[in-house]
Design a protein around this ligand. Sequence first.
Ligand code: GLU
Length: 554
Amino acid sequence: MLMKGLKLTMDYKDLANLIFPDAKEISYYEEKYPERNLKERAVVSRFAPSPTGFVHIGGLYQALVAKEMTKKTDGVFFLRVEDTDQKREVENGVTGIVNSLKDFDILPDEGMITETEEKGNYGPYRQSLRKDIYQAYAKYLLEQGKAYPCFCSAEEVEEIRKKQESAKIRPGYYGVWAKCRNLTVEEAAEKIKNGENYIIRFKSPGREDRKIKHHDIIKGNVDFPENDQDIVIIKADGLPTYHFAHAVDDHLMRTTHVIRSDEWLSSVPLHLQLFHELGFKAPKYAHISPIMKNDNGNKRKLSKRKDPEAAVSYYKEEGIPVLAVKEYLLNIANSTFENWRRANPDKSIDDFDFNLNKMSVSGALFDMVKLLDIGKTVISKMTAEEVYNCAMEWANEYDKELAEMLENKEYSLKVLGIERGNKKPRKDISKWSDVKNSIIYMYDDKFFGGDVSYDYGKISDKAEIEKITKTYINEYFDINDDKDIWFNKIKDLAEKLGYAREVKAYKAEPEKWPGHVGDISTVLRVKLTGRQNTPDMYEIMQVLGKDSVEKRLS
Ligand code: GLU
């Protein structure tokens, strides 16, 4: 005993020093990243994606919610890049994330601003640059015997799992299965000195047969068994696991609200335990339900693999207005949004009082029809100049033909100004990729392209069509007419050619005429535009101008 006692000169501190000889005291970091000086109830939250080269619409949704909460409370929203899983990383992954947030005007107050640059006093905001910090906190746990080095190889851990599986026991590294948890400090030190590979595990004080109660801002009250898993906190490459980095970072970055995907809800017992054992105050959690898709009657998560609309890049490529996407996301985030919008059709979404408590517990169904409908409304409220600028920006990247059409800015503004700025503005454009189709006939060089045969509706006889357009051009058309005179002249034309002057009269006695003024208008409209449905024909003619109208009608 005495011999052994003599040998016991090593304690947890010595072991911690052996493992992380250069790590700083945690007090250094606690002072370096002080409590934030914000007003009471200010929310500090973050978007913390991995740079995998793909930004999921669900991620953007979380970022938007976090941004709304911080904005409304004069808090701080930051972007932290979680790149500790270096296998999953792609080149320029951070740039992709930064640009997506920029595209949707969800700008972080702090954090990464380019692939390599950042702003703010709580960085580095890229986890791979925070190795020293994690190791300091791992050392702190080791010093107290709350963490330990584990020498089990991947094969041994797999072996354990198999045994548990065949014995139908809960899998994992815990309790009696946690072999290395019971090594003495000397045994562990010996192995380290012999060059054995190891990782650092958390020594969980939890018991599976005890329950914890947790209040989640979105999910409400939830009960969980305590965590008893000795999870890995520092991996063989010296970097932390998500769980450990989450605790250290959100503590040091002084996050008040962790707003994240509900796939992490079941990790809450572990996270609360980590915060507790590290001596940190735990943040509040808000676990967001995923955006779902109706797949032939089955509700499932929007999938990166199956659904193009799962990627944030999709919305940009399709030209769905940024404002429409944000408005749609707010719509699914807060069920009160829709009523608010109805009552305040002209207010900016910034005026909406977003409420985290009102987020739905289950996942909202993604509804493209609704999104495009919002797109239509959003675009209908824009000025011609705004539509022009957005369409041009989109076209420059995705549609050269449209960009060329729009080059004639003065004319294009007139085209886009048709039925705009009035009480009932045109609502035929839901996304920038619709613009070309909705205005292409207004451009002579496109209109006179091929030999298309149009559908003139009720009047299909070629000679009759010719007669209508010729008579109109020769006897009635005058580009200087005001709208009333113009319309009266079309009625005159109808009457002259034996059609009903008024639709109402025709409907009362349809046998009296071959058709009515509306059928005549349709012929003119189709001849002018190739389509039966267009915005106001008078405005169209005004924008086309005398020469183009005459050319089209003859
Ligand atoms: N990197 C984690 C993820 O993308 C972050 C989760 C969190 O927000 O804490 O799922």
